[in-house]
Design a protein around this ligand. Structure first.
Ligand code: 1HN
Length: 360
């Protein structure tokens, strides 16, 4: 029905229901042509009373993942691919390269003798090592030789390349803030001048200089206030004994177990402004209290066996399985064996914006 055909109410008030509805629809079509829309038809879907994430709970079991990732090694080299990665796609967002609403995740594999050429970009990356020994990530001239459980950081605009001088393939989980960077339309990227960066520091220098209770003399105020950590590798060899100590000390959070967050050792802040990570040890038989928070979280089981229970899902995990807990979904962990869970989320970004919230 056109506007002309809709009967005009004589008293100036809205007319019979069918008339007013037809008039509204015609009006909406007219304003749409001018790139406008009525708020009152969408208000409750854009201002939801509670978070309405798109991502759903999902788990990738390492046995499947490893054999499929290894197969890619026969199809393309790391050099041709630049990064030989299988993206972990959230089933609710196929084709969008997202594990959660705000985070990208993938499994990267590098074969003995391969190099993944140096580049740099606005997105920040973290890696959690799953399998192999002795491949490295070079970040701004420091090669971090990696072992399973290591947590390696490539902050935004830090030049980075990977190489594998060992005799075993290495696999790791990459998590990047790519969807966040692209939400703000702030992506920039460049290839580095050389495919392999010249080594300017020894493996472990960044930890030794900035994460050992001393600081290089002359560390500037600017370096003290950086919004990202100067440490590029938080090794499992150092962090695991700390959560074990917490466990033995009885310092066990009722929901999260004996947990530490990875911190910028210079100022206590998160490792990156956009992403924060934690490592937790759950004692055998642990049954956590339900918890929820607004940060969508990617977990990796570093050791052990257990399950994460959500309202309508049970994610049963073992070593190297990767799984997603969506924002504001209530969950609790159970551990059949003593277990270690690594987790990463967008919590620092939410906190910086005053949005982060947690609850039972
Ligand atoms: C990247 O630079 C790496 O450097 C891995 O290893 C995964 C996914 C999207 C964009 C850049 C890497 C990536 C990535």
């Amino acid at each position: 029905m056109t506007v002309a055909a809709a009967k005009k109410p004589s008293n100036g008030k809205p007319g019979p229901k069918h008339n007013i509805e037809a008039m509204r629809q015609a009006y909406y079509r007219r304003i749409a042509e001018r790139h406008m829309a009525p708020l009152w038809t969408v208000m409750s879907s854009i201002i939801t009373p509670e978070p309405a994430p798109r991502c759903v709970p999902v788990i990738w079991h390492f046995n499947d993942v490893k054999s499929l990732v290894m197969e890619s090694g026969r199809l393309i080299t790391a050099e041709e691919a630049k990064r030989r990665v299988l993206i972990l796609e959230n089933p609710a967002m196929h084709g969008e390269s997202r594990a959660t609403d705000t985070l990208y995740a993938g499994i990267q594999m590098i074969l003995p003798g391969e190099v993944a050429p140096a580049h740099l970009h606005a997105a920040s990356a973290v890696r959690f090592v799953l399998d192999g020994e002795g491949a490295y990530t070079a970040v701004e001239g420091e090669k971090a030789f990696m072992s399973p459980g290591d947590f390696v950081i490539t902050a935004n605009w830090a030049a980075h390349d990977h190489g594998n001088p060992s005799d075993k393939p290495m696999l790791w989980l990459d998590v990047l803030d790519v969807p966040t960077v692209n939400f703000f339309a702030t992506s920039f990227a460049e290839d580095f001048d050389e495919p392999v960066q010249a080594t300017r520091r020894q493996d472990g220098d960044s930890l030794s200089f900035y994460g050992s209770g001393v600081l290089p003399d002359g560390t500037s105020a600017e370096e003290l206030n950086m919004n990202r950590t100067p440490v590029i590798n938080y090794t499992y060899a150092r962090t695991r004994p700390i959560v074990e100590r917490l466990l033995h000390a009885g310092d066990i959070d009722k929901s999260h177990g004996a947990r530490v967050r990875y911190a910028n050792p210079v100022n206590g802040g998160p490792v990156l402004p956009t992403m924060g990570a934690a490592l937790a040890m759950l004692p055998k038989g642990f049954c956590g209290e339900p918890y929820r928070s607004t940060d969508g979280t990617i977990f990796v089981c570093a050791e052990g066996e257990g399950a994460t229970h959500l309202e309508d899902h049970v994610l049963a995990w073992g070593a190297n399985d990767v799984f997603v807990v969506p924002p504001w979904k209530r969950y609790f962990h159970t551990a059949a064996k003593q277990s270690v869970l690594f987790s990463i989320s967008d919590r620092p970004a939410q906190e910086a914006l005053g949005l982060w919230r947690e609850g039972k």
